[in-house]
Design a protein around this ligand. Structure first.
Ligand code: ADP
Ligand code: MG
Length: 221
């Protein structure tokens, strides 16, 4: 089943024409997709169009479900005086924008996600005191509180050591299998990421240059 369908998408920034050109993509239930491409190829722009953060000028984007989102790191404030639990819980706000208090259900969701991602035991720790890898794990948990269906992560392992990056990919693959979570991950780190995903979307200068099975994909080819 298609969860997100992008049809003939074009996107211009005022200062950058054709940031995306004629993009056609299907994202299906259960997939683990890696979006790859050089810096400036349009990966983050595409993600923001899908999320509705960029208003598209032409084409169509059809979405079936709410989407959990982890923005690219530069857009996240990491000196946040809150506990792991509070940061994760705040991800449920997408579900009840008119409520001031967290519901029992929100807390149950946050607890389930924290247990899944091995954060529950340390949930009272301060977010600021965590390592970069742990902070990313918390922010992924936060994104997972918005939805059980699909999350989109923009370069979740940027700036992390290779071994920590692998742990994050393994954790995402585990959720993909265990929870049937559809994962769409932007990555600069093709050679590592490709071992975990089953589908690759490659962008170059705003155009899709590959979409298909990760087994048949050759970076730069
Ligand atoms: P990627 O995520 O693949 O590195 P981006 O989607 O961030 O690429 O950027 C694609 C292109 O659009 C680049 O040429 C970039 O300079 C340009 N761009 C990105 N954001 C903006 C913006 N807010 N205004 C103008 N141009 C932008
Ligand atoms: Mg980007």
């Amino acid at each position: 089943m298609s969860l997100i369908s992008v049809k003939d998408l074009y996107f211009n920034y005022p200062a950058k024409k054709d940031a995306l050109k004629k993009v056609n993509i299907e994202i299906n239930d259960g997939e683990f997709i890696c979006i790859v491409g050089e810096n400036g190829s349009g990966k983050s722009t595409l993600v923001k169009c899908i999320l509705g953060l960029n208003k598209i000028q032409s084409g169509e984007i059809i979405k079936k479900d709410r989407i959990g989102y982890l923005p690219q790191k530069t857009e996240i404030q990491s000196n946040f005086p809150a506990s792991i639990e509070e940061v994760v819980l705040s991800g449920t706000i997408a579900n009840n924008i008119n409520k001031i208090w967290y519901t029992k259900r929100d807390r149950a969701t946050a607890n389930r996600v924290m247990k899944d991602l091995d954060l529950y035991e340390i949930r009272k720790k301060c977010f600021m005191d965590l390592s970069g890898g742990q902070q990313q794990r918390v922010l992924i948990a936060r994104a997972m509180c918005a939805t059980e269906k699909i999350i989109i992560l923009d370069e979740p392992t940027n700036g992390l050591d290779p071994s920590i990056s692998n742990q994050i990919y393994e954790m995402l693959l585990r959720m993909n299998k265990k929870r049937k979570l559809t994962v769409v991950m932007v990555s600069h780190d093709v050679h590592r990421a490709i071992n975990y995903c089953n589908k690759v979307i490659e962008l170059k200068d705003g155009e899709v240059t590959y979409i298909g099975d990760s087994k048949n994909y050759r970076a730069g080819g």
